[in-house]
Each structure stands twice: as structure tokens, then as C-alpha cells.
Design a protein around this ligand. Structure first.
Ligand SMILES: *Cc1c(COP(=O)(O)O)cnc(C)c1O
Length: 368
């Protein structure tokens, strides 16, 4: 077997090379790199809003900016609290601190790994303004109880969809269930650009307009800065790449789901916990994460066999050094605390073959 990478962006590029090259060529011919009325950016925003079935898609520089811009657009800042899951990429909590608010962590569900809705209410205080559920690894968070808690306590729900383009919750596209949502198009995401890119989505006209303003220096029309904003733009080249890739997303997602099913059946073993799909959700398997007794030993063994793995994430958010001033304890987040030491992410991308999945599974079982 050749070396098996964790993600194979080259294989994807080669499978759609003529489309990508033609799209990028067009942008360069028109030198349509940046600009308020960039037609490539507008076309992608429109295509993505149609894909989601949502009124507004506002593109921006990356998925971290999109979360932060949304928090600002909802007026969240100093003195406020925002509830986030204990297991995610740091962007989810980092943006809360960036606007001056405090991230309040809630443990994850032991079976589905998304924020545990039964533990949210205890974390709500008079300062709580919003909840950011994360559709972690591509599995939709349990949105129904989250939305009803939010209604009861008058909270904003911002979905972090960075790992879950196209995932469904009770038949609904994630990113259309909360008040607004955030997407990342980082190259390795299920829909990835060839550089940094992100977007916000909402059905709320006012929030859409405020987000656009914040991302564009607070301008309402040229040189009319009604507030201070920032520069966070999707550029023409990235927009053209994303527009060329979007029509393939459905097929790529289907393949990821098939690969996950094959892994699940080949990895049946009393010492391996394979991912379970919630009955309300259609998981899009951005990551294929299993729990094993000795994660580090398995990673070493697979590395020797030429199989690349990763860990998402080795330290749960509450326990990161940057949050040690909050003095979190593992008793507060028992699920995340034990989960972080057992997880390992196996290679997962549409271009994986059945033979490769069989080989990886065989190597995993050899060690367990
Ligand atoms: C990737 C990711 C982000 C941030 O996206 P960037 O485009 O890298 O800024 C935010 N949240 C989650 C859960 C992510 O996986």
C-alpha cells in the first residue's frame, strides 16, 4: 500500500481539474480579485443560499470571522455570556472572548458528541445572550431542545456549521435552523476553497445587512461609514473555486457516508467505539472519529503502516491553557474529559477506495 494521507486534496483537484482551472482562469482574465460587486462572489453567495434554502448568505474571509461578525451583529459584548460545547475547534469559544464576552462551556453528549441539551439550562444565567451549537464532525447537534430553550430564555442561536455543510436535522439543512449560522470553507472542510474563506447565513434581513456592513468597514454605500467594522472578504478566486465545487458536494457527501458505513461494519469490535448517527440527523462525516483504549499506540502503529491519523481534539476547550484562569475541572465536563484521551480520527474523504478502507480497518484491528 502507498502512503495513505489523512485528507487527499490532490485527488479531489485531479478529479475536477478542468472545471477548477477554467473557473480560476475566468477570474484572472477579468482580474476580478476583490470588489464590492464582484460577480464571482455574488454568484457563489446566491448558489450557496439556494443550496441551503436560506434568504441571505454573506461571505467573508474565514469561518472564525463569520462567527465573530455574527456575535457583533447581535450586539453581544462585554459582560455577556455565550454557551458553547466543551468539545470543538477553538474558534467556537475564541470568538466569544474576542467580542469581550465570556464563553461558558457545556459538556457533550456521550453518544453523539455534540452539545448535551440536557445540561444547557444549568449553564444559563441572567447574562447569557446566545448559544453556539457545533455540528461536530458533521453530525447535527440536537437542535429542537436547543431552540426551545432559546425561546424560553430569549437567547440567540448561532449554528457553527464549519464541519457540516449539507448535514440534515429532521430533514432540515443545518444552518437554517438557528437564528443565523456560520460556515468555514477552509481547504480541508467538506466544501473547501483553495485558501481561507467563510460565510454567514440567515433569514433575518436586518442581521444580514449588519453582517455585510461589519465585514466591509462599517460602510453603508461607499465612504459612508456608519460604524467601525473590519475587512473580511471572500475573494474572486476563492468564490470561483467554491462555485465550481458546490455542484459536487452532494456526491462527495454520499461517498463520505458510504465510507463511514464501511468503516463501521469493518471495525466491529468490543474495544472500538465507532460513531453513531443520531436518528434525527444525517451525518456528513467531515471526520471519522473512533474511541479506542490506547489512542497514542494506535496512532504510532498506523503511522508505521503509512496511514496518517489526527486527533480532534486532544484537549477539550475548557482545559486549554488559555482558559486555565477559569479553573475548570474534569468533574464539570466528565464526558469531554474522558473522550479527549480516547479519540482518534481515521482518514476520511470522498476519494477513499473500498480497498484502502479495508486496509486501514485491518491495521486498526491488528493492534486492538
Ligand atoms: C474550521 C472550524 C472553524 C473555523 O474556520 P476557519 O475558516 O478555519 O476560521 C470554526 N468552527 C469549527 C467547529 C471548525 O471546525
Amino acid at each position: 500500500m502507498n502512503k495513505i494521507p489523512f485528507v487527499d486534496l490532490k485527488a479531489q483537484y485531479h478529479s475536477i481539474r478542468s472545471e477548477i482551472d477554467a473557473a480560476m482562469q475566468q477570474v484572472m482574465e477579468q482580474t476580478a480579485f476583490i470588489g464590492g460587486n464582484n460577480s464571482f462572489v455574488q454568484q457563489f453567495e446566491q448558489a450557496f443560499s439556494q443550496y441551503l434554502g436560506i434568504k441571505h448568505v454573506m461571505s467573508c474571509g474565514n469561518g472564525t470571522d463569520s462567527l465573530e461578525i455574527l456575535l457583533k451583529a447581535y450586539g453581544i459584548g462585554t459582560g455577556d455570556e455565550v454557551i458553547v460545547p466543551a468539545m470543538s475547534w477553538i474558534s467556537t469559544s475564541e470568538v466569544v472572548s474576542a467580542v469581550g464576552a465570556r464563553p461558558v462551556f457545556v459538556d457533550i453528549d456521550p453518544v453523539y458528541y455534540t452539545i448535551d441539551p440536557s445540561k444547557i439550562e444549568a449553564a444559563i444565567t441572567s447574562r447569557t445572550k446566545a448559544i453556539i451549537p457545533v455540528h461536530l464532525y458533521g453530525q447535527p447537534a440536537d437542535m429542537d431542545p436547543i431552540m426551545s430553550l432559546a425561546a424560553t430564555h430569549n437567547l440567540i442561536v448561532i449554528e457553527d456549521c464549519a464541519q457540516a455543510h449539507g448535514a440534515l436535522y429532521n430533514g432540515k439543512m443545518v444552518g437554517t435552523i438557528g437564528h443565523a449560522s456560520s460556515f468555514s470553507f477552509y481547504p480541508g472542510k467538506n466544501l473547501g476553497a483553495y485558501g481561507d474563506a467563510g460565510a454567514m447565513a440567515t433569514n433575518d434581513d436586518r442581521i444580514a445587512a449588519v453582517c455585510r456592513m461589519i465585514a466591509n468597514h462599517g460602510q453603508q454605500g461607499k465612504h459612508n461609514h456608519i460604524m467601525e467594522g473590519r475587512n473580511s472578504r471572500l475573494d474572486g478566486l476563492q468564490a470561483a473555486v467554491l462555485a465550481a465545487k458546490l455542484p459536487h458536494l452532494k456526491q462527495w457527501t454520499l461517498l463520505r457516508q458510504q465510507h463511514a458505513q464501511q468503516f463501521n461494519s469493518l471495525l466491529q469490535h468490543p474495544s472500538i467505539v465507532t460513531p453513531q448517527v443520531s436518528p434525527s440527523g444525517a451525518h456528513v462525516f467531515h471526520l471519522y472519529v473512533v474511541q479506542v483504549p490506547d489512542r497514542n499506540q494506535l496512532a504510532q502503529h498506523l503511522k508505521e503502516k503509512g496511514i496518517e491519523t489526527a486527533v480532534h481534539y486532544p484537549v477539550a476547550l475548557p482545559f486549554l491553557t488559555c482558559y486555565q484562569h477559569y479553573q475548570h475541572t474534569s468533574e464539570q465536563f466528565p464526558v469531554a474529559a474522558s473522550f479527549q484521551d480516547k479519540i482518534i480520527s481515521l482518514p476520511m474523504y470522498a476519494e477513499l477506495t473500498m480497498e484502502t478502507i479495508a486496509y486501514i480497518s485491518e491495521q486498526v484491528k491488528q493492534l486492538i
